[in-house]
Design a protein around this ligand. Structure first.
Ligand code: NDP
Length: 453
């Protein structure tokens, strides 16, 4: 039996030992899920909805406990972790409305009529990363359960604690055994079995583009359905006609949220050249004002990175002669701390400008005019998120249409909204999560012809 010791990234102290699921145990869980799903799909839609609301109520009653677990196991500031646990509740509530609204169509055809049914896919495998263990779990779990699928979820090996607890809360809420299971373990063991097992009909994966490619080719062998949410290198585009004060004040939160370990991080700030100096003068105090420190403190805005290895990876982008314009603060002593760091000017071919760093490092680069802003934003294999700052409505729409990315905000640093579709262009992914249509991704459409003659 192998185990993994979860480490508190802020203290480097052990939090809890977790037993890792083996390949054989994964197979057994998938088979249990397949059996449970045959019953779950036949639970009356209104009853399935009630169970999802009961699940949301259980999560709501344990928000503080879940948040404290995330703070200890992932280093998320307690305010952020509380919001993340609340998002699990909200996403469950949102999709609890779906089972009673899964309508088919009636299609007039010669000699009879045709009706369509949205049938649940079956067992769904969720492979969840370490950066947002609770929200990303809920984005797949809630619509899949609503659709009548059974879910087998694999949290990241480093951050399994909240997912395990959410699995227990599902049972306490009355979800039948086997409908939602959480299997802590390694990607190369549990994740791979989910991809390979023929009873798993769909994989929802969030993580690196490299592993996403492997999973896509594994799914191809079984023609297995797949949603991929992968990396990003998103642009935060600031035009001279914008509220430059607001753009600069919010820019740190668009990239340093979750210590930059965010696929939506707007880690390339593009600023119209005529306001570059003004923007940089405003950005410096905003970056230095980010409160980095003890994640258990209520006013902390940024915690540590997830691990020592990840900190070394982030630091590799800020080599000795890197163009550091200015930095924020970070605690000394134990913990995987890294200060918010602004690089400028950076060459367009430098790894810090082109690669996903997944840490609190941002580049600032000037542009001239709309066309250059769009072409610089699009000069990336990724296309996940982005922000546009301008007071010109026409420009906002033109640039929003021109930037090849899945999720944009205008005059705002927001990124993911569970009411709206979320997903990437280009190498940032495949398919969409969230929003009103997410349940469709967990169903197949069946048409039935009924002869009337
Ligand atoms: P990975 O892509 O390796 O991990 C994401 C999830 O996939 C984890 O649960 C992991 O399991 C699992 N996994 C790994 N290998 C396989 C496999 N062969 N088959 C099935 N599942 C697998 O991300 P990392 O955690 O290694 O992070 C590396 C980089 O990826 C980051 O620095 C960042 O650039 C990017 N990333 C992007 C994310 C996003 O939200 N788009 C999220 C996380 C990372 P295990 O627990 O064993 O790692």
């Amino acid at each position: 039996m192998s185990t993994y010791t979860v480490i508190n990234p802020a203290t480097e102290q052990p939090v809890q030992q977790v037993t890792l699921t083996s390949a054989e145990e994964t197979d057994a869980a998938i088979e249990r899920a397949a059996t449970a799903q045959r019953r779950w799909r036949n639970v009356a839609p209104g009853d399935r909805a009630k169970l999802l609301r009961a699940f949301a109520a259980q999560v709501d009653a344990h928000i503080e406990e879940l948040a404290a677990l995330e703070t200890a196991g992932s280093g998320h500031p307690s305010g952020a972790a509380t919001w993340e646990a609340g998002q699990v509740r909200d996403v469950l509530m949102y999709y609890s409305a779906a089972p009673e609204r899964m309508f088919g169509k009636q299609i007039p055809v010669p000699g009879g009529l045709d009706v369509t049914f949205a049938e649940p896919l079956g067992v769904v495998g969720l492979i969840v990363p370490w950066n947002f263990p609770m929200p990303i779990l809920s984005w797949g779990m809630a619509p899949a359960l609503a659709a009548g699928c059974a879910v087998v979820a694999k949290p990241a090996e480093m951050t399994p604690l909240t997912a395990i607890r959410i699995g227990e809360l599902a049972l306490q809420a009355g979800l039948p055994e086997g409908v939602f299971q959480v299997l802590p373990g390694k990607g190369s063991v549990v994740g791979q079995r989910l991809v390979e097992h023929p009873l798993v009909r769909k994989i929802v994966f969030t993580g690196s583009t490299e592993v996403g490619q492997q999973i896509m080719s594994g799914c191809a062998r079984h023609i297995k359905r797949l949603t991929l949410e992968l990396g990003g290198k998103s642009a935060n585009i600031v035009f001279a006609d914008a509220d430059v004060e607001k753009a600069a004040a919010t820019a740190p939160y668009a990239v340093f949220d979750n210590a930059g370990q965010d696929c939506c991080a707007r880690s390339r700030i593009l600023v119209e050249a005529s306001v570059l100096d003004k923007f940089m003068a405003l950005l410096e105090p905003a970056v230095q004002g980010v409160r980095v420190g003890d994640p258990t403190a209520a006013d902390t805005e940024m915690g540590p990175l997830i691990s020592a290895a990840h900190r070394a990876h982030v630091a590799s982008y800020v080599h000795a002669d890197a163009p550091v314009a200015f930095r924020g603060s970070a605690p000394q002593g134990p913990g995987y701390w890294y200060p918010p760091t602004v690089l400028a000017p950076v060459a367009a071919d430098s790894p810090a400008y082109t690669q996903e760093i997944f840490g609190p490092v941002v580049t600032v680069t000037p542009f001239t005019g709309e066309d250059e802003a769009i072409s610089m934003a699009n000069d990336s294999p990724y296309g996940l998120s982005g922000s546009i700052w301008t007071s010109n409505v026409g420009r906002a729409i033109r640039v929003a249409r021109g930037v090849e990315t899945g999720n944009l905000s205008v005059n705002s640093h927001s990124s993911v909204r569970y009411w709206t579709p979320f997903g990437g262009f280009k190498q940032s992914g495949l398919g969409r999560e969230l929003g009103p249509d997410a349940v469709d991704a967990f169903t197949e459409i069946k048409n039935v012809f009924i002869a009337t003659e």
